[in-house]
Design a binder for this molecule. Sequence first.
Ligand SMILES: [Zn+2]
Length: 223
Amino acid sequence: MTARASHVNPCRYGPRAAASQVTRCKRCWLLEADCLCDKIHSVKTRTRVRIILHSLEARRSTNTGRIAHLLLENSSVDFHGRQDAPITNSFALTPGYLPLLLYPDGAHEVHTVAEKSELPIELIVPDGNWNQAARIGRRINALKDVEHVRLPAMQPIHVLRRGGPERLGTCEAIFRTIGLLEGQDIETELLEQLELFARSMLGERGRRTGREPSKRRSLPTTD
Ligand SMILES: [Zn+2]
């Protein structure tokens, strides 16, 4: 079952139009002139990905968790930190999956835990800055007993580097995890699409700042 099951439409929390006075594609959130919708496709995975996005982070056009949701059929986004709709008690794990929370403090690497289970993995990914993500893991009741897992040390894709080899952006971390769980081909299919996004985002930033996109080494960080 790979039906798309977004609990909340991310477009409701799109980039702050008033701040930029530009028109963005409602699906890929890139500037309309840079829209990638005819170049990207969603991918079916056995792994279910649950992105938990801090509501403040959701409004940033540079957030990459939403890209993962766009490209993964079996994924959903839940928003944490909204006073009007707290998910502290309502967030529920999906029956039939082994839930694992991807976070750098994990004692074991994700694939070493996953290979001991016959169940598919429900990969829960808190997205936001370090403090926001740590709070998400502690405050959502359904996650309190979920094992934390981490990625092995790996070199980020150059264009997506965010401050050093130990730092992967959220979307790349998700796709590299899927690579470990489901193989290189699907990882490559996803990372190639992520790179299209990265180049468009870097190009946009380059135009804003007057810098050449090719000289930018990293995506604009949100934390
Ligand atoms: Zn688009």
